[in-house]
Design a protein around this ligand. Structure first.
Ligand code: ARG
Length: 473
């Protein structure tokens, strides 16, 4: 005789068509919810017993049966049956097979509030795990930023000074920055990502149990007790919202997608920097691959895969939003499609965070290449204009004069700092007396110490200290 899921007993004479079974089962992936489903059931059974809705002895038997199931699941000894549809039915059926009191567990509960509860518990736990993994990646970035220093005096800067390099806009060399400043920009991004996961976990902190299928129950349950037992802030306020809300899941997917976008941008910087053309950074051999054809190649595959996997992180978010759009209240089976995007994003992001950490710990900046790229003094042309501003020239006129100097240098085929006194004067009468000071890299960087958030060496050192302290293990 075909086995029947519990939900078909009574009303149905047999099991579903095997093709339907295969199409609609979710236990092949939602078994990931097992520990959370069991925790929800333990809290529910405890509440039922305390409320006098089931005999206390049955409550105790159910709870110990559920604890045993939790151990079996953890040790991989539990036999999942796809005919029983999902993780919830599998666990309940197993419990009831062993403990006859198990038949009382589903009192005042529906799979709809049950699955919403399990998924919220999963989300909260996963947010915490990803938040910790993000913090570890930040720590690796802080270490990389801290290593980006001059090993000997160069470009008028002392040994140990934070390494300067070109900063870019439009991927054109723009102004000198410090490598540490560039790297710490990602630390700041990731800090917002961490906050988003924490925020998502907080908003997932309401307990749907007791919402029933959609309309609660006529039995006198104590929702606040169940919520408290599970560490939720409070029971959810509206039973229909409780069973159909997946905002927390969408928020989780957005937080994961945006973290992925940040990691993808980081990957792109690392890929560019490790080209022969840039040469600013060397990736560790352990995190690069060779080419099957070209013996000289060393490819940044890990960074590229991280960049590529952002596709599915964004895709998973879009998938869930599309599932939710136009769903009538309350529960609809479409909602089962929330799980695979969630699990995939969690797995993908955790793996990327971890492998990137190893890649960054092995990466090192190449000071010679960074300094070589900074050698062209025209990257300090803005300093020329600002020097004139300091001496009273309106910025637009100063910008014009500095531009004229750059053009003259180009026409003469000389670096900007090699213009003759006559040419400087031609560009602006004040230049002969101040251009040299303006074009000094060390001074240009130091001037940035007066502006909050700018790449002045003292400020970047201070920010590095803040992050070292926050991420110290
Ligand atoms: N596996 C289902 C899901 O993930 C559980 C809820 C089923 N409820 C129902 N009324 N069929 O959504």
């Amino acid at each position: 005789m075909a086995r029947k899921p519990l939900s078909r007993s009574g009303r149905f004479s047999g099991g579903p068509d095997p093709e339907v079974s295969a199409y609609s089962e979710s236990v092949s992936y939602d078994r990931a919810l097992a520990p959370h489903d069991l925790a929800g059931s333990i809290a529910h059974a405890t509440m039922l017993a305390k409320s006098g809705l089931i005999p206390a002895r049955d409550g105790a038997r159910i709870v110990s049966g559920l604890r045993r199931l939790a151990r079996e699941v953890k040790e991989g000894r539990f036999a999942w049956d796809p005919v029983l549809e999902d993780v919830h039915m599998n666990l309940e059926a197993a419990l009831t097979r062993r403990v006859s009191a198990g038949a009382r567990l589903h009192t005042a509960r529906s799979r709809n509030d049950q699955v919403a509860t399990g998924l919220r518990l999963w989300t909260r736990e996963t947010c915490a795990g990803l938040g910790a993994a993000i913090a570890q990646l930040q720590a690796a970035l802080v270490r990389l930023a801290d290593r980006a220093r001059l090993s000997r005096p160069s470009a008028g800067l002392p040994r140990g000074h934070l390494l300067p390099m070109p900063g870019y806009t439009h991927l054109q060399r723009a102004q000198p920055i410090l490598a540490a400043h560039h790297v710490l920009a990602y630390v700041e991004m990731l800090e917002r990502d961490r906050a988003r996961f924490a925020d998502c976990a907080r908003r997932a902190g309401e307990c749907p149990l007791g919402a029933g299928a959609l309309a609660g129950t006529g039995l006198r349950i104590r929702r606040a007790l169940t919520a408290r037992l599970l560490g939720f802030r409070a029971p959810s306020a509206n039973s229909m919202d409780a069973v159909s809300d997946r905002d927390f899941a969408a928020e989780f997917l957005f937080a994961a997608a945006l973290t992925g976008v940040h990691l993808s941008r980081l990957a792109e910087d690392l890929i560019l920097w490790s080209t022969v053309e840039f040469g600013f950074l060397a990736l560790p051999e352990s995190h690069t691959t060779g080419s099957s054809l070209m013996p000289q190649k060393r490819n940044p595959d890990v960074a590229e895969l991280g960049r590529g996997k952002t596709g599915r992180l964004v895709g998973n978010l879009v998938a869930l939003l599309t599932v939710l759009k136009g769903l009538p209240l309350a529960y609809n089976r479409d909602l089962q499609e929330d799980k695979e995007p969630l699990f995939d994003s969690a797995r993908t992001l955790a793996a990327t965070l971890s492998v990137f950490r190893g890649m960054l710990d092995g990466a090192r900046f190449r000071p010679e290449a960074c300094l070589r790229a900074l050698a062209d003094p025209s990257m300090l042309a803005t300093e020329l204009a600002e020097e004139l501003v300091r001496r009273g020239t309106p910025f637009r006129a100063a910008h014009h004069a500095a531009g004229a100097a750059v053009r003259l240098a180009e026409e003469r085929g000389v670096p900007l700092d090699r213009l003759s006194a006559a040419d400087w004067r031609k560009a602006h009468p004040l230049f002969p007396s101040c251009a040299k000071t303006a074009l000094d890299l060390r001074r240009a960087l130091q001037r940035r110490d007066a502006v909050e958030g700018a790449p002045g060496p003292r400020q970047v050192e201070a920010r590095l200290r803040v992050w070292r302290r926050r991420r110290a293990r």
